[in-house]
Write a protein that binds this ligand. Structure first.
Ligand SMILES: O=C(O)[C@H](O)[C@@H](O)[C@H](O)[C@H](O)COP(=O)(O)O
Length: 257
């Protein structure tokens, strides 16, 4: 198996899935920090994305990671007020970030709708924040792990099937004004930024994801199934439960727990 083939890791249920993601994340984060001195991680919204963060927080190994060396970013964010429960940032803080010793300046959240005057300002602000942390005067940092949830329609971040965002390659951040998944106003990284990540970890569970996952792994166009277009530079892993794996070809399943 080449190092960059997409690996599917199947778990019996959502709890086991979240625990497995958490365990691998803690180990990998420590390895990355040992190698690079820091780790830049892109978080995702969604039930499994947030559930995995909660599992990290509950892990007895949680503080084996030097959180002062970790930077947290987001793949997308809902353009709602800072204190709105719909915020991916707020959900991540409640699940993990507020419980670990991560410096405030290491948490790089998209702007909220009550912090900037417009979506365009939100795009500009995150574009500038990404560039501020680029190691070589580039446009964004070296991302070590990018988490992505996957919608029933195969969307990743706020890049939706057959909408313009999934095709954008010339800017790192876009706004979305007609998200098929509420709320309608969002900010999102674009595919080139996502795929610049060393590792892309897609986390999904439930029978309603089986079709999207099956299509993504069977070579569907990423315009129609955005998850088909997610690919880390070194690793692409799908962490799934049995229900979501129902349409995954047996030969693509790397491990089953
Ligand atoms: O802001 C968001 O809504 C997420 O980033 C989105 O991309 C999410 O990850 C998927 O819709 C999966 O969500 P579920 O795991 O809840 O189905």
């Amino acid at each position: 198996m080449t190092t960059n083939e997409r690996r599917v890791l199947v778990h019996p249920d959502k709890q086991a899935l979240a625990a497995s993601v958490a365990a691998r994340f803690l180990t990998k984060a420590a390895d990355i920090i040992a190698e690079h001195g820091s780790a830049h991680v892109v978080l995702t919204g969604g039930t499994i994305g947030i559930g995995s963060l909660a599992a990290v927080n509950e892990s007895p190994s949680r503080d084996t990671v030097d959180w002062s060396k970790v930077h947290f970013w987001w793949g997308d964010e809902r353009f709602v007020p800072k204190a709105d429960g719909d915020r991916n940032e707020l959900q991540a803080r409640q699940a993990l970030l507020d419980h670990i010793d991560v410096p405030a300046e290491n948490i790089h959240a998209f702007a909220a709708s009550d912090e900037v005057a417009s979506l365009d300002e939100g795009v500009a602000a995150y574009t500038a924040e990404l560039a501020r942390h680029s190691p070589d005067g580039g446009q964004w940092p070296r991302f070590d792990i990018t988490f992505l949830g996957v919608g029933p329609d195969g969307h990743i971040a706020s890049l939706f099937p057959n909408l313009p965002g999934i095709r954008v390659t010339d800017v790192p951040v876009i706004s979305v004004q007609n998200s098929p998944k509420p709320p309608p106003l969002r900010l999102s990284l674009t595919r080139p930024v996502i795929n610049s990540s060393e590792r892309v970890w897609l986390v999904l569970a439930g029978a309603d994801k089986a079709s999207a996952l099956g299509l993504a792994l069977a070579g569907a166009s990423y315009f129609e199934v955005p998850a088909a277009g997610a690919k880390g530079r070194r690793r692409t892993a799908f962490f799934v439960d049995q229900d979501a794996a129902a349409e995954v070809p047996e030969d693509l399943i790397a491990e089953s727990y």
